[in-house]
Ligand binder design. Structure first.
Ligand code: TXA
Ligand code: MG
Length: 322
């Protein structure tokens, strides 16, 4: 297994960052922390290097990648930036928000999956920023998990999932948000939410007014990634709504994650004290509870406020809607 290299989150070792940059320059892959989840990075302007990401993850090639930048000005080299996009970046970056913008021709089709748009994001994690600011190119990076598995929120999980298919893993500790970035399409008149995530729609609506939530066909066409089954643990996941379901019967025993105590027999449970910590801990909890277990996992369905909307989205996908 590839052993992650630990760095100081606030003051990452220059030597490690330089090594990561030189690996990326030569077309290799680097696992690195962001405030949302760990990313699997490659030189975002090198189509061949980007193809390596798809191979390492076993990811369908029609699912586009996000380009990560170390400062808002760099976006102008890869996408068309209008006044509104500029205003959003000034207000909400760095942070867990990806903007979908019209792509410039320099962006390889391996990144966009052939679309004429590109997703861009400036993360706030100090290690991600140190890496991105040292790179002379944007870094293409999906979550650093095997395709279909819960996203990794710590470096060891990246190592377990990707093994030696990644050339270097930078360990900057556990991620704070724990769920991926919010994806917002700002190519049209009304911004469209393509994926709820770390930045809440309440914050977006405060800044932008009207935001469209895509439905059916539109969502499938515009954000290819939302089509695939995602975030799935290896055992069945069932959603529980405490207010509605009284004393449900999940059989003899199950494993449980949520914020309220379960009212049914459990083999093991992980209780979170807030919706934020539920979001932060969901993916690692799923991976922990599925280990040496062939029963079901029951997860509490949260309210949709704040990070709750993203949490609902990930739970819905992980459960297949059960
Ligand atoms: O928090 C995050 O966003 C993490 C960290 C590493 O930055 N990255 C991440 O990447 O979650 P990934 O590849 O797992 O998810 C990217 C999402 C997918 O749903 C993809 O379809 C969508 O963004 N996306 C990317 N480019 C797009 C585009 N041009 N148009 C529409 N959707 C796009
Ligand atoms: Mg992903």
């Amino acid at each position: 297994m590839r052993v992650p290299i630990k760095v100081d989150r606030w003051n990452p070792d220059r030597e490690v960052i330089d090594r990561a940059v030189s690996i990326l320059k030569s077309g290799g892959l680097v696992g690195f922390p962001t405030e949302t989840v760990y990313g699997l990075g490659a030189d975002g302007l090198d189509g061949k290097a980007v193809s390596g990401i798809f191979e390492a993850k076993g990811r369908p090639s029609d699912n586009p990648l996000i380009l990560h930048v170390g400062d808002p000005e760099s976006v102008r080299k890869i996408a068309k930036v209008d006044d509104r996009a500029d205003m959003i970046m000034k207000n909400l970056w760095p942070g867990p928000l990806t903007l979908v913008l019209p792509a410039l021709p320099i962006v390889p089709p391996e990144v966009t999956a052939g679309l004429d748009t590109v997703g861009v994001r400036m993360p706030s994690h100090p290690v991600a920023l140190a890496l991105l600011q040292a790179c002379p190119f944007p870094v293409a990076a999906p979550s650093a998990n095997t395709s279909g598995r819960p996203s990794p929120t710590d470096a060891v999980t990246v190592a377990r999932d990707l093994d030696d298919r990644v050339d270097l893993i930078i360990d900057g500790g556990a991620t704070e948000v724990g769920l991926e970035s919010t994806v917002l399409d700002v190519t049209g008149e009304v911004p469209v939410l393509l994926r709820p995530g770390g930045l809440s729609v309440e914050v977006l609506a405060d800044l932008l007014g009207e935001i469209a939530l895509p439905v059916g066909e539109l969502e499938l066409k515009r954000s290819p990634g939302t089509r695939y089954r995602h975030y799935a643990p290896s055992v069945p996941l069932i959603l529980w709504i405490p207010e509605e379901s009284g004393h449900p019967d999940f059989g003899e025993s199950c494993r449980y994650i949520g914020m309220v105590e379960p009212v049914f027999p459990v083999d093991k449970s992980i209780i979170f004290d807030s919706v934020e910590s539920y979001g932060r801990g969901l993916f690692s909890a799923l991976r922990e509870l599925e280990r040496e277990w062939d029963g079901t996992i029951v997860a509490q369905w949260p309210d949709s406020d704040g990070i709750g909307l993203a949490l609902r989205d990930r739970l819905r996908r992980a459960s297949g809607g059960r």
